[in-house]
Design a protein around this ligand. Structure first.
Ligand SMILES: [Zn+2]
Length: 639
């Protein structure tokens, strides 16, 4: 009899070999008792509770893996804190098991606080609470989040909601404070765009009666961010459509744009130049389409045409195939829909129609002009000087017709106020995204490393801060981002509507894929483009830290705090064509000048595959990584 199939619907059968591993963690027959109950009320929180690890004492026994013994969860004592430490740890442990009433604990705590402070300052050892961060606890929670039952936690699914309930529940049990009027949830709207039928593009020339009618999805397609509208206007070519005063670069300088349609290149100057002022090999925020639309609008363009740039992702993909990935004929049957979702707070700022066109159509537009597309682009990339010009003999008539469907989702945020009257207004953010890509073609993409690993790490760090007797001087925000897999949408929404001023946000520590050993078998594989060959056995103790090139201070902080941990830290990928620095939630913060570090153990062949499963996680190393992130956030909150 297969429990899972009846409750969630059949497609998880294929991976029976790893089920034995799961039974070890109580997802087998014995879970049936609670599971079935949970399944019926899957709408509500009990499902998450039924499978939540540790806190639920009696439940704790059920899900705790055979290997991990109760004493694993005991706090190991630091030599310095022996005498008073024993007393203090016992209390910490009991409180965790919820046996001790709060007022009495408080009394005892204050007493031992003085003792602890004396001990701690004396030998600047890692805070005792770090010891509460254990591989066993993370393993238990990870098996839950990355189970087949959780169906890959995709946005806009029940399992994504269950995960968010579970996280809020854990934060509440820790005694952390909610941040919004909706408790631990920061709600925001996504828009799913649907292509309707009235999309057209026609090019006519003043010196000819003939016009060129372009084919939708062959020569052009509307951007999912485009506003609806019909426009007829002359054209102006505006390079990459970028205005970057800090690089003394402006594609709109000396151009008459108001009332015209701006034609620009996708991407940014010097994409393949490691010394490019535009973040070297990394795509800077100037290559983001939303930025380009806002810039064209601010120059009063009435519509925007974006030419598929050589650097547009997926790299070098044929235009029509790209168009069908963005606008699949039948989205419900599509294997994967690129850019399926956008932020409502972005889309509502877009007032003009926006089309993407193939390079072939761009050459037709520039035909009968003295300009050649490749030559212009190479010239800009070589000289970092804009090459804009009007195209007076051309007129374009275009129309966009898109429907939008709203989806309401949430980030999960929890707060620990700082203890220092002057510094508590400043905040340190520790974060991870909890969504993954869900099931595809009947297989669950479990997302154990991506990013159940970072999510359980976030819970452990939040718990360690909550349990710590010493409260940090600055405030802490623990953020579980949603919709990262859909374009960093949860973290992008947060920087649009921050719970704490970004100017007062002194650092962010993002964990994404912290549970494996980097393995790049073939650097030519497009999935690993730009990354050097790597063997897992050589990376058993290594951790990539990204964002170091933006903050020397944070680089030193992580190096210092790694001393008691002893990981092989790698500061290598900030300026790299794989664009890793912008492929997780630290990026919207870095783009808003908030210093941030991205902790990442590296890509591997199971990345975004159904084979990214819990039994492949390197738990001992993950414990070290999470303890390091705890120490870094602790130091940042107290320095
Ligand atoms: Zn991820």
């Amino acid at each position: 009899m297969d429990f899972l199939k009846s409750a969630i619907g059949g497609e998880v059968e294929k991976k029976s070999e790893s089920r034995s591993q799961k039974e070890k963690f109580g997802y087998g027959p014995q879970a049936k008792a609670c599971g079935s109950a949970g399944a019926d009320e899957a709408q509500t929180e009990p499902w998450a509770l039924a499978h939540g690890p540790l806190w639920e004492g009696k439940r704790g026994q059920l899900v705790r893996s055979q290997e991990s013994k109760p004493e694993d969860h005991k706090l190991k004592l630091r030599p310095g804190a022996l005498s008073f430490g024993v007393f203090q740890c016992e209390i910490l442990y009991n409180r965790r098991m919820g046996k001790m009433k709060r007022p009495t604990a408080l009394l005892i705590f204050t007493f031992s606080l003085a003792a602890l402070l004396a001990g701690t300052i004396a030998d600047s050892a890692p805070p005792a609470a770090m010891e509460t961060i254990t591989a066993a606890e993370m393993e238990s929670a990870l098996y839950f989040l990355a189970s087949d039952e959780m169906q890959g936690r995709a946005v806009n699914t029940l399992f994504n909601k269950i995960t968010s309930h579970y996280l809020a529940h854990r934060f509440e049990l820790m005694g952390l404070q909610p941040v919004t009027d909706d408790g631990y949830f920061q709600y925001f709207n996504l828009l799913q765009a649907e292509l309707l039928k009235d999309n057209s593009l026609e090019i006519s020339r003043s010196n000819s009666s003939r016009s060129t009618v372009a084919m939708v999805k062959e020569d052009f397609f509307p951007s999912p961010l485009s506003a609806n509208g019909k426009v007829s206007a002359p054209l102006v070519f505006a390079g990459y459509g970028i205005t970057a005063p800090e690089h003394r670069y402006d594609d709109y300088q000396k151009l008459e744009v108001p009332g015209k349609i701006a034609v620009i290149l996708g991407g940014e100057p010097g994409k393949m130049d490691p010394d490019s002022p535009f973040e070297g090999l990394l795509d800077s925020e100037y290559s983001d389409e939303f930025y380009k639309i806002m810039n064209a609008q601010s120059h009063k363009a009435v519509a925007l045409i974006v030419i598929q740039g050589s650097s547009v992702r997926p790299r070098g993909m044929n235009f029509s195939r790209h168009a069908h990935l963005v606008w699949p004929e039948d989205p419900s049957r599509a294997h994967y829909t690129l850019e399926q979702y956008n932020l409502e707070v972005w889309a509502e700022q877009v007032k003009i129609p926006v089309l993407r066109v193939s390079r072939e159509l761009a050459r037709v537009i520039l035909r009968d002009t003295p300009f050649d597309l490749e030559e212009i682009q190479e010239k800009i990339d070589r000289e970092y000087q804009s090459q804009g010009f009007p195209l007076p003999q051309l007129e374009v008539t275009l129309e966009t017709d898109i429907a939008r469907h709203q989806t309401r989702i949430r980030n999960v945020l929890a707060y620990l106020p700082g203890s220092d009257p002057n510094l508590k207004d400043e905040v340190v953010i520790v974060s991870a995204h909890f969504d993954h890509v869900g099931p595809r073609d009947g297989e669950v993409f479990n997302g154990a490393d991506d990013n159940a690993s970072g999510t359980v790490g976030l819970l452990e760090i939040a718990e360690a801060f909550a349990l710590s007797l010493e409260k940090p001087k600055r405030s802490l925000l623990f953020a579980a981002w949603n919709a990262e897999e859909r374009g960093l949408l949860g973290s992008r929404y947060y920087v649009e509507r921050p719970a704490f001023l970004l100017e007062k946000t002194i650092a962010l520590f993002q964990m994404d894929m912290i549970g494996r050993d980097e393995e790049i078998p073939d650097p030519r594989n497009p999935r690993f483009l730009g990354l050097p060959r790597q063997r897992a056995q050589e990376n058993r103790n290594s951790l990539h830290v990204l964002g170091y090139s933006r903050s020397e201070e944070l680089r030193n902080l992580v190096t210092q705090n790694n001393q008691p941990i002893g990981l092989d830290l790698k500061f290598q990928y900030d300026n790299n064509p794989a664009n890793l620095l912008r492929r997780s939630d630290q990026w919207p913060f870095l783009s808003n000048d908030v210093p941030a570090l991205f902790f990442h153990t590296g890509l591997h062949p199971d990345y975004h595959r159904p084979t990214d499963t819990p039994e492949k996680i390197n738990y001992p190393k993950m414990e070290k990584v999470v303890r390091l992130v705890f120490l870094c956030s602790w130091a940042a909150a107290n320095q």
